[in-house]
Design a protein around this ligand. Sequence first.
Ligand code: NAD
Length: 417
Amino acid sequence: MKNVYEIAQAQLDRACSFLKLDESLQLILSQPKNELIVNFPVLMDNGEYQLFKGYRIQHNNIMGPYKGGIRYHHEVHLDEVKALAAWMTWKCSLMEIPFGGAKGGIKFNPREHSSQEIERITRRFTHALGGNIGPDHDIPAPDMGTNAQTMVWMMDTYMNNAGQGEKNAVRGIVTGKSVTSGGSLGRNKATGQGLVFAVKAWADEFSFDLSEASFSVQGFGNVGYHAAELLSREGSRLKCVMDHTGSIFSAQGIDPVELLKYCKETGGIKGYPKAEEIDRDTFFSTEVDIFIPAALEMQITAETAPMMNVKLVAEGANGPTDLDGEQLLLDRGVMFLPDILANAGGVTVSYFEWLQNRRAEAWDEERVDQRLQLRMTKAYKTMRSLAREHGLDNRTAALAYSVKRIQVVYEERGIFP
Ligand code: NAD
């Protein structure tokens, strides 16, 4: 089985062979520009020091500053961050956002640390990254295991290292901050919101009634919860949920707001009294119209795809589908909203946040949502028209559009020296 970086490469290969892309450009795009690995010590609550390994991979910045999330997870590794950074480049290009692609992370399990330890880890990591990030150079954001509070700690650390007169000018060093500390309204729900806008565009194209639909979600964090809550508002029924504690099912439908309340009290979905506990196989084999992976990579595989009985996979997570899993479902007529489209709402509203910081503006939520919907719907239509015209699957069409935009800029600028 291929690892996640090899999967990202294979996806790029498909798009490049459709575009008949110049080999040297494919070679350039196949590796990130910069790979930064830092090992840094942090004081633990028990008085001992622990060494942490952090990554920042800057894939490409020809379209604008590097941009991408920071992940805290015990399985973070170089190839994973490289793949995630490349997907950011394609995502920003597809959305026509003037950013490049990057990703970072620290290999540790945040659930095993106090909030004070996570704050010290975050601040020390930001310090270690130093001038390798910057509001016009490389702009981090939240990803798995990180949130608005993490971004505020990063911003504060970075600001305190800037000159006195520049502190407020560097507020845009991160996006996904709390609104009170300079974030944007609508950013917290933006990835789930963008996914639902993309699902609505799909439903419009195929005259599919979302008020009659059922769906499952894997992962009930930032992306999974907001996608579930917003899709439920369209009248769709949430049948199954999986998180790191287990899986649950209810034929009548699960209320995402109530489930979130339960998770906040207990730490996960396990034991939720208004649904029945199911195993992993039942989670994947339960028939639903829409399946939303919103947790880890490589979940839809040759093992799980044959069990699935769905019409649409809307990829909230990055890289949730491997090559075999995708082919098996495509062969059965299942449609994909690929990650670089379906979860692009997060980076799109991050761009809006960055713009607001630069202009010292505060947009209302309606304005944020309207602009997000316009961009999601436009990207969906662009992908679908390319897919229909050339008989491509959606992922290859989305990637081809994105790489084509980058190719034009490389051709205009040439390769230095
Ligand atoms: P999060 O930390 O808020 O939530 C992650 C969820 O995944 C949790 O519910 C957790 O229990 C669950 N999970 C962890 N391990 C699991 C396992 N082995 N099996 C099942 N569930 C498991 O993370 P998030 O920000 O919602 O990110 C989820 C995915 O969405 C990631 O792939 C991330 O890259 C992608 N994404 C996030 C954003 C964003 O704005 N946060 C933007 C684009 C893409």
